[in-house]
Write a protein that binds this ligand. Structure first.
Ligand code: FPP
Length: 237
């Protein structure tokens, strides 16, 4: 059984992605409405950002809202967007104190103008912070990101399409690929998260629902990751 206390803080994954699943089920288990689950999920997200920052992780990508999540009820979509807006507006001090830099991945054009505006502002306000970089995936789809990258590439260069030129036109080409992707809530799916970037990521699926996820769970996942042999398509050396 992996034990969180045993993780090696000298060989941390540089970039962790999290598919934060299970908010709705968490609420249903407690006879609450789904939005209560998202409220609790936001609290967990903040705790995990703090934990990752304290541990010295360099990059943390959080799957907040996918290009498919617009299919949910208008009430639920509106609630999540409201949460995101309040969070982005209200947490600057938290980011500053912890030297956290915020980045966005996803299509800003499909977001409500005020959310897109808040995102631009928080990315700008935190851009010189040197600690953890948190990448918020908002109106994000992995296929959509690849399509937008190819469009940018062909519009600008009219040049050669190679893995390297596509990679350079992704949303955050300066950020290294994720080493570890965690999915809570027990489903074995990528759900269109970081499709290009996750080519060689290790996956860890946790049965726990996102609002129940703790700092110790994050450390256990890192410990489990550290026990994996990464071969990148080659043979072990
Ligand atoms: C998946 O659970 C969760 C979401 C689609 C929303 C995630 C958003 C947050 C946790 C807020 C975080 C915000 C920031 C700014 C960090 P689900 O609703 O699909 O759960 P279910 O599978 O149990 O129905």
């Amino acid at each position: 059984m992996p034990h969180e206390a045993d993780y090696d803080n000298l060989h941390l994954p540089s970039h962790i992605g999290i598919i934060m699943d299970g908010n709705g089920r968490w609420a249903r288990q407690r006879n609450m409405i789904r939005t209560q689950g998202h409220l609790e999920g936001l609290k967990t997200a903040k705790k995990m950002v703090k934990a990752a920052s304290d541990m010295g992780i360099s990059y943390l990508s959080l799957y907040v809202f996918s290009t498919e999540n617009w299919k949910r009820t208008a009430d639920e979509v509106g609630f999540i967007m409201g949460l995101v807006k309040t969070h982005l507006r209200g947490e600057f001090d938290f980011y500053r104190e912890n030297h956290i830099r915020i980045r966005h991945t996803g299509d800003p054009a499909g977001l409500p103008a005020e959310i897109a505006g808040e995102l631009i502002k928080v990315c700008e306000d935190t851009r010189n912070f040197q600690g953890l970089t948190v990448v918020l995936a908002l109106n994000y789809g992995g296929r959509d990101e690849i399509v937008r990258a190819v469009r940018r590439l062909t519009a600008k260069d009219g040049g050669e399409i190679t893995e390297e030129t596509i990679r350079r036109h992704l949303d955050n080409p300066d950020i290294p690929d994720p080493d570890l992707i965690i999915r809570t809530g027990g489903e074995f799916r990528t759900s269109n998260f970081l499709l290009w970037e996750s080519a060689y990521a290790e996956y860890i699926i946790s049965p726990k629902l996102w609002p129940d996820w703790t700092e110790d769970d994050l450390k256990s996942a890192i410990y489990e990751y550290q026990g994996r042999e990464r071969k990148f398509g080659g043979i072990p050396v």
